[in-house]
Ligand binder design. Structure first.
Ligand code: GLU
Length: 397
């Protein structure tokens, strides 16, 4: 019996490579892990203390399925105040990470055969999740326009053009997944660009899933949330997470904000699956959000330094002139810039791991061959040494 064929399952490339890198490290190999996107900063002490207190106070039982009320309220206030949105607490549900929020949402929305627009380069899990629920991914291509004119400025690269969306509309798109700020490209959409996309989506009854989990890691330019467009609120769901803003990937806390009837469906799905998010993690998230005004800038500033270090050293070692990505945790760069002829990203990434000890993710996993994604969440020293290892390896091929 072929157990998996009906689900069309594929392994997540980011998770698979990160797992391999961690296994190699455990065996004692010297590995520079630039694969999974994760700010390598410890969870702040204040959060740890709050969790310990909650547990001592007996907060160790089943949580309310949609999330503890204090957290739903805090998360809603935070989103509204930070990104000029206008959600009620009843329009927010706590999910086990942003990732599972997207998964549940696709489960709730997709009917077999539904076409779901995914903007390439895309986060690796979107197409697989769509296929798991019987949907059909429609890939909307974007272009790398060239380097931004101003170093450190917002590039025009890798953003969905309205013409491309309109082409997809003709194919009967039902859902669009928009990832702003973008993993893997760092693309950041302006208010006008989002307005244009949401207007076309609204006119054609396309539901927009706005994955905004990198909104706190914006270095150049302003982050605009799709949740701030009151006139489009009925066909938008915003996905948020504690993972990147607070360096809390392992706690697995995310949020979905959207129309109440959809939040209710997500809550039913949670009730039939995970019974909500681990109570201790919810208290951690509550404390993190209460201290968002200090923790987020701390994480962002550290990540901005790491981005600059990574890109400066890359440009120096490989005689390139790439600008900094405006946001998120990744540099998405062409293989050719390393001076390596092959455009087979899987093969090059495998060699970088096996021969240089540097774990990266092949561009093909994001729908773009010939590129490599480097996560810059590791310490500055790890980034420097990892790049030197790549350079040394390159000299041998
Ligand atoms: N989202 C992060 C990444 O793209 C973490 C791994 C994952 O869940 O995909 O690296």
């Amino acid at each position: 019996m072929d157990l998996r064929s009906h689900l069309q399952l594929e392994q997540s490339a980011t998770v698979a490579i990160n797992t391999l890198a961690m296994e190699k490290k455990k065996k004692g190999e010297r590995i520079y892990n630039l694969s999974a996107g994760e700010p390598m900063i410890d969870t702040p002490d204040i959060v740890i203390e709050a969790v310990m207190k909650a547990m001592r106070d007996g907060k160790t039982h089943y949580p309310p399925v949609a999330g503890i009320p204090e957290l739903r309220e805090q998360a809603t206030d935070w989103l509204n105040a930070t990104y000029y949105a206008n959600y009620e607490v009843s329009e927010c549900v706590i999910t086990p990470g942003g990732k599972f929020g997207i998964y549940l949402l696709l489960q709730a929305l997709i009917q077999p055969g539904d076409k779901v627009g995914i903007i390439a380069p895309y986060w690796v899990s979107y197409p697989s999740m769509v296929k798991i629920f019987g949907g059909e991914p429609i890939i909307l291509e974007t272009e790398e326009i060239g380097n931004p004119e101003k170093p450190g400025g917002i590039g025009a690269s890798w953003k969905l053009e309205i013409a491309e969306l309109e082409k997809a509309v003709e194919q009967n798109l039902r859902i669009l997944i928009l990832n702003n700020a973008s993993n893997p490209t760092g693309a950041l959409y302006s208010k006008q660009e989002l307005e244009n996309i949401l207007r076309v989506a609204h006119e054609h009854h396309i539901f927009v899933i706005s994955d905004e989990v990198y909104s706190g890691l914006v270095y150049d330019g302003e982050f605009i949330s799709c949740g701030s467009f009151e006139e489009h609120k009925e066909n938008v769901i915003v996905i948020q997470s504690c993972s990147k803003h607070f360096a809390m990937t392992g706690w697995r806390v995310g949020f979905a904000f959207g129309p109440e009837e959809i939040i209710k469906i997500l809550t039913i799905l949670l009730g039939q699956t995970t019974s909500g998010v681990a109570t201790a993690s919810q208290y951690a998230a509550l404390c993190a959000l209460q201290n968002a005004s200090t923790i987020i800038p701390h994480v962002r500033d550290a990540m901005q330094k790491r981005r600059n270090v990574f890109m400066n050293i890359y440009n120096e070692l490989f005689k390139t002139n790439f600008s900094y990505p405006a946001s998120a945790l990744y540099c998405f760069l062409p293989i050719v810039s390393l001076g390596i002829k092959s455009s087979d990203s899987k093969q090059v990434c495998t060699e970088l791991l096996d021969k240089a000890g540097v774990a990266t993710v092949p561009g093909i996993a994001f729908g773009k061959e010939g590129y490599i994604r480097y996560a810059f969440g590791e310490s500055e020293d790890e980034l420097k040494e990892g790049l030197l290892k790549i350079k040394e390896y390159k000299e041998t091929v």
